[in-house]
Design a protein around this ligand. Structure first.
Ligand SMILES: Cc1cc2nc3c(=O)[nH]c(=O)nc-3n(C[C@H](O)[C@H](O)[C@H](O)COP(=O)(O)O)c2cc1C
Length: 191
């Protein structure tokens, strides 16, 4: 089985982001099934139709990284009971990629963490709706993680066994779905 190229989009630009830590720990759970690429979104300009004529360099790079991935893992904070503007901006840019939106038909998994009790549940619902409308194949199920300082140890591993087992199953399902839906190479290249 070949390694899956997973684009990881973290919806936070904060240096000490707990969502980035969560994303890194999730990638570790994927083991050698995953080749992860963390995709930058902090250098994308705010979307404007005025920039449509010639998409900025950072936008072209973002589009390529998402379009070239077998699947996307989005790990996001919740801001004011929705997704952060920086993430929505990236999604908007990707939806305007040429020749077509990078989100159409893209296998995606959504999760996130916050110190709050419902662990980004509302942001994830909004995000699920947006990516669904854009034609992404968003994995079912829920993973709302309430962040505690000892959730992840200094090696990047989950400390609590039941949390680890739950997230391992989450990642296993995501990767299995993505592997099944991965387009086979054309016959001429597959030899
Ligand atoms: C503008 C703003 C709005 C926030 N709104 C929410 C919220 O609606 N729900 C929540 O659980 N946490 C909320 N928080 C707290 C974030 O969960 C917390 O800052 C978290 O660390 C952000 O994730 P990050 O560390 O990955 O950047 C908010 C934080 C900010 C700065």
């Amino acid at each position: 089985m070949s390694t899956l190229k997973v684009a990881v989009v973290v919806g936070s630009t904060r240096r000490e982001s707990i969502n980035r830590k969560l994303a890194e720990a999730l990638v570790r759970l994927g083991g050698d099934r995953v080749s992860a690429q963390f995709v930058r979104i902090d250098d994308l300009p705010m979307y404007s139709i005025d920039l449509e004529q010639e998409h900025p360099e950072a936008v072209l790079r973002f589009d390529q990284e998402i379009a070239g991935a077998d699947a996307v893992l989005v790990v996001t904070p919740e801001f004011n009971r929705s997704l952060p503007a920086v993430l929505k901006n990236a999604i908007d840019w990707g939806s305007r990629a040429k020749p077509q939106s990078v989100w159409r038909g893209k296998v995606a998994a959504i999760t996130g963490t916050s110190p709050g009790a419902i662990g980004t549940a509302v942001a994830q619902q909004h995000l699920r709706q947006i990516l669904g409308v854009l034609g992404s194949l968003v994995m079912g199920g829920e993973a709302y993680i309430s962040f505690k300082p000892d959730l992840i140890d200094e090696n990047g591993d989950f400390t609590n066994e039941s949390t680890r087992d739950f997230l391992q199953a989450y990642m296993d399902t995501f990767l299995t779905v993505a592997e099944k839906l991965k387009a086979p190479a054309p016959a001429v290249l597959a030899a």
